[in-house]
Unconditional design. Structure first.
Length: 253
């Protein structure tokens, strides 16, 4: 189930975090994110504490800080949205370096940046210490709806296939002297996108027929019944429990 190769976010290492069962890590990251989102935005120090917890987790997982920071670039669109909030959100105004900014907008931008960055960093650490196939098995072990797990499995397995098809179509266009240089070439690109959709649909039909001919009835077999030991659950729970303590202090102080 799922792809058999390692994804680009995965970083192979021999660490206690890598050794944890995938469903334990998924539960720990989910609990951590829920706690972070539940923290009041005014408790600025609490978010520094969460960042320190992730730093310790990265150290235990032997994942370099630069590796995590580079992959945080995925949240650039959210950063752009947060930067605009102090300028467009109505309410009390304050002046920063001669620029009039909205106080609710500043708090909103901080809320989005802090919680979003911590959530993305936790997800990057999860992906860096868990192979894709193991993640799917973890979702299966946590009793996620089987249909969703199957869809995710097929997306991962055939994503590279569709990407290769796009690459071959691009090479074919260039070999015929085509270079997209402006709006007038959008029609060709639109036809290519349509052709790619049809090819992908037809491939999906062939794959489905092949699976049905081999006994597929709408559900995938459970191929891994490995369970986490109590010690492993305690180790995985350390991150969300420590975050929960910080959250409670943030609400009371």
């Amino acid at each position: 189930m799922g792809a058999g190769h390692a994804h680009k976010l995965y970083r192979r290492a021999d660490s206690p975090v890598h050794a944890l069962p995938p469903h334990a890590k998924l539960a720990a990251v989910f609990g951590f994110v829920v706690v972070v989102v539940s923290t009041p935005r005014e408790a600025v120090w609490a978010f520094a504490g969460y960042a320190a917890l992730l730093g310790v987790a990265a150290w235990r997982a032997r994942v370099p800080g630069g590796f995590v920071l580079k992959r945080l670039l995925i949240e650039v669109p959210f950063v752009a949205f947060a930067v605009l909030m102090p300028f467009v959100v109505p309410g009390e105004r304050t002046t920063v370096l001669g620029v009039s900014l909205s106080v609710p907008g500043l708090w909103g931008a901080w809320n989005v940046l802090a919680k979003g960055t911590l959530g993305v960093a936790a997800s990057v650490l999860l992906a860096a210490t868990t192979e894709l196939r193991a993640l799917l098995l973890g979702l299966q072990r946590l009793r996620l709806p089987p249909l969703l797990v199957q869809i995710a499995s097929f997306m991962i397995r055939y994503g590279d296939v569709i990407t290769d098809e796009m690459r071959r179509m691009s090479i074919a266009r260039r070999s015929r002297g085509f270079e997209a240089r402006g709006v007038r070439h959008w029609g060709v690109l639109a036809k290519s996108a349509g052709a790619l959709f049809i090819r992908s649909y037809e491939r999906g039909e062939r794959v489905h027929l092949a699976m049905v001919s081999r006994g597929y009835t709408g559900s995938m077999p459970v191929i891994d019944e490995a369970t986490a030991t109590p010690a492993q659950w305690r180790y995985a729970a350390a991150l969300p429990l420590a975050a929960l303590l910080i959250c409670l202090l943030g609400w009371t102080l």
